[in-house]
Design a protein around this ligand. Structure first.
Ligand code: NAP
Length: 277
C-alpha cells in the first residue's frame, strides 16, 4: 500500500492557507518566508522556486536573496542576521547545501529560533529531541506526519534510519525517538547494514544512493519511508522489489511534497506566534 505525500500535503497546505488568510484579514499583512540561496546549483534553484511558488499560491509572501557562489561565511551570516532582524520576515529558509567553503552551521545558527521554520538550528534540534512543540526540521516533520496519517504505530517499534545528516537523518531519528520508537541510526561506516535493516519495523532511507535498500533487506510488512531523491526520479529504495512492504512511499509523490507543506505551515505559525499577530 502506498503512502501518498501528495494528498497529505494538499490537506496541510489547505489548512495553512486558511490560517494565512485569517492572519492577513486580522493584520493587513501576509506571512512572509525569506528564501536564501548561495550559488546556482540547478536542483537547489528548482527547489527554492517551488517553495516560493507554493507560498504565493497559499497566500503567503516570499522574499528571495540570491547570493553568488563566491559569498563568504561572514557575508552570508550578515545577510541572514539582517533577515532575522527584519520584522516583515516571519520565516527564513537557507537552501542546503551551500558551497563547500562556507561554514553552513554558522549560517544556520544566524537564523533566530522563532524564524527557524526549516528547523535547522541547534535550538530547534534540541527542542525536537525533547519533544517540545517548536519548529521541526521539515522533511523529518513531514515523515512523521505521513506515518501518523496512515495510522502507523511508532511507539515500541524498531525504526532504522539510514543517513545521519543534520537536516534529515538525525532529526528524523530524534522525532521517532520522541515518539517512543527504538531507533537505530545507520551511516556510511555502519557494518552489516542489510542485517540491521532486516530487523526494522519502520525504515527511513535518507541517503541519496539510488536503490541502496534492496527488497531482501525489507522485513515483510515493514513500513518503508523513502526520503531519497536521485536523478531520474529514483529513491533510495528498490521500489519494484519492495512489494512485500506493509506501506511504502513512492518517489516522487511521497516525502517530497510533505516537506514543502510543513515549511508553509511553520511559516504561517511563525507569523501568528509573533506578539503583534
Ligand atoms: P547527505 O547530507 O549527503 O547525507 C547522506 C547520509 O547518508 C550521510 O549520513 C551518509 O553517511 C549516509 N550514507 C552515504 N552512503 C551510505 C551508505 N552506502 N550506507 C549507509 N549510509 C550512507 O544527504 P541528505 O541531505 O541527508 O539527503 C539524503 C537524501 O534525501 C538525498 O537523496 C536528498 O536528495 C534527499 N532529500 C529529500 C528531501 C525531500 O524533501 N524529499 C529533502 C532533503 C533531502 P556519513 O554521515 O557517514 O557520510
Amino acid at each position: 500500500m502506498l503512502m501518498s505525500g501528495t494528498e497529505l500535503a494538499r490537506d496541510i497546505v489547505q489548512r495553512a492557507s486558511e490560517k494565512a488568510a485569517e492572519y492577513t484579514s486580522r493584520t493587513g499583512r501576509k506571512p512572509c518566508l525569506a528564501t536564501v540561496i548561495v550559488g546556482d546549483d540547478p536542483a537547489s534553484v528548482t527547489y527554492v522556486r517551488m517553495k516560493q511558488n507554493r507560498c504565493r499560491k497559499a497566500g503567503l509572501d516570499s522574499v528571495h536573496v540570491a547570493l553568488p557562489a563566491s559569498t563568504t561565511t561572514e557575508e552570508l551570516v550578515a545577510r541572514i542576521r539582517a533577515l532575522s532582524d527584519d520584522p516583515a520576515v516571519h520565516g527564513i529558509l537557507l537552501q542546503h547545501p551551500v558551497p563547500g567553503h562556507i561554514d553552513e552551521r554558522s549560517a544556520f545558527e544566524a537564523i533566530v529560533p522563532h524564524k527557524d521554520v526549516d528547523g535547522v538550528t541547534t535550538h530547534s534540534f534540541a527542542a525536537m529531541s525533547f519533544g517540545h512543540n517548536e519548529f521541526v526540521s521539515c522533511t523529518p516533520g513531514g515523515i512523521v506526519r505521513l506515518l501518523d496519517a496512515y495510522d502507523v504505530e511508532i511507539a515500541g517499534k524498531h525504526a532504522v534510519v539510514i543517513g545521519r545528516s543534520p537536516i534529515l537523518g538525525k532529526p528524523a531519528a530524534m522525532l521517532l525517538l520522541a515518539r517512543d520508537a527504538t531507533v537505530t541510526i545507520c551511516h556510511s561506516k555502519t557494518a552489516g547494514l542489510a542485517e540491521i535493516v532486516r530487523t526494522a519495523d519502520i525504515i527511513v532511507a535518507a541517503v541519496g544512493r539510488p536503490r541502496l535498500v534492496r527488497g531482501g533487506w525489507i522485513k515483510p510488512g515493514a513500513v518503508v519511508v523513502d526520503a531519497g531523491y536521485n536523478e531520474g526520479n529514483v529513491g533510495d529504495v528498490d521500489f519494484e522489489a519492495a512489494a512485500h512492504a506493509g506501506l511504502i512511499t513512492p518517489v516522487p509523490g511521497g516525502v517530497g511534497p510533505t516537506t514543502i507543506a510543513v515549511l508553509l505551515e511553520q511559516t504561517v505559525d511563525a507569523a501568528t506566534r509573533q506578539p503583534d499577530a
